[in-house]
Design a protein around this ligand. Structure first.
Ligand code: NDP
Length: 319
């Protein structure tokens, strides 16, 4: 029989992933609106889904034959994995294949923030170098900094390794200390912020990490403080951050992620001491291709061999 298994793609999907999915499965694409525009017949035969971090419980409950949700991205906070797990539905993500890219981008964003390189380039492009002279010296430098990582998982560790040749001190905070690393452990985020002058957030969006970067943490970082966020925007109280940057409570911030993406608060856009990127940490063609392949390989693995490649912690493969 040539009957293909039906896979749902709600909303946008990477073109290479979509192409490979269409070759292997009967793909149903829907818009990314709140309601899924599907007939009862379609709902009944959908056994897999590939998504860009969106699969709420309400959608899962509409798909009685669903077995596996393959998320594009290592962060899957938009997928209700707990709910999926409770119904025996597997969730997969795309860990590791993006570690190097995200860590590289983090170092770039840190240097951009501290040395104001994008602002310096604008100075050149606007002809100000020729008319007004050299770009003003940056008050900040990476030299002699003490960097604290909030999160030392797959990506955090790659960031820490890349920081070593910059000769900065490195500390970190996680709930559980990581074995076998040469970095100093801080028992709480506030302890970490008190001991460092540069804080990099690379934790997932969870109820526990919601707005944990707040006025107290920024105050502890101090007036020479630099805050970099490449994890999730939900970890930051953006009003507190904006106020801290305005008041000089900290010196500068570099952000790749925001609370209400793609909306960026006007207050942050207006600040000269914020370096802002549109969530591009993993956004190169080679890395996104690797992520796309892993999304598809998880679905093919499940329906061909009964095995996914990279299940998330909430839905471990049994046996
Ligand atoms: P991992 O699961 O490997 O690492 C997560 C780290 O966060 C661990 O060290 C974990 O340690 C720590 N952590 C989790 N919860 C807390 C908490 N409440 N307090 C302190 N530390 C905590 O994930 P990855 O490194 O692969 O990815 C991290 C996140 O980065 C992703 O979930 C995603 O949201 C984001 N990301 C952003 C990208 C971008 O484009 N900007 C690209 C890729 C990822 P412990 O469990 O011991 O607390």
């Amino acid at each position: 029989t040539d009957t293909k298994i039906t896979v749902l793609v709600p909303g946008r999907m990477h073109p290479r992933a979509l192409e490979r999915l269409q070759a292997a499965f009967d793909v149903i694409q829907t818009s990314a609106g709140a309601e899924m525009d599907l007939s009862d017949e379609q709902r009944g035969r959908i056994r897999g889904a590939a998504t860009l971090n969106r699969m709420p419980a309400a959608w899962i409950d509409q798909l009685p034959a669903l077995e596996v949700i393959s998320n594009f991205g290592v962060g899957y906070d938009g997928v209700d994995a707990g709910h999926a797990g409770s119904k025996g539905i597997l969730v997969t993500n795309t860990p590791d294949v993006l570690n190097d890219e995200v860590a590289d981008t983090t170092i770039g964003l840190l240097l951009n923030t501290v040395r104001r390189l994008p602002v310096a380039e604008t100075w050149l492009r606007e002809g100000r170098w020729e008319k007004e002279g050299p770009f003003p010296l940056t008050p900040l430098s990476l030299k002699n900094r003490h960097v604290g990582l909030l999160g030392l998982g797959r990506i955090g560790l790659e960031i820490a390794r890349r920081l070593e040749p910059f000769k900065v001190k490195i500390s970190y905070h996680t709930r559980t200390p990581r074995e076998g690393v040469p970095y100093t452990y801080a028992a709480s985020l506030l302890d970490l912020a008190r001991s460092v002058d540069t804080l990099i957030s690379i934790v997932p969006a969870t109820p526990e990490t919601h707005k944990i970067i707040n006025a107290d943490v920024l105050q502890a970082l101090g007036p020479n403080g630099v805050f970099i966020n490449v994890g999730r925007g939900t970890s930051v109280d953006e009003a507190d951050l904006e106020a801290a940057l305005k008041a000089g409570t900290i010196a500068a911030a570099g952000l790749d992620v925001f609370y209400h993406e793609p909306k960026v608060p006007a207050g942050l856009l207006d600040l000269p001491n914020a370096s802002l990127l549109p969530h591009v940490a993993s956004a190169s063609v080679p890395t996104r291709n690797d992520m796309a392949d892993l999304v598809v390989d998880n679905l093919i693995g499940w329906f061909r061999d009964g095995k996914v490649v990279t299940p998330v912690a909430e839905t471990p493969v049994k046996g």
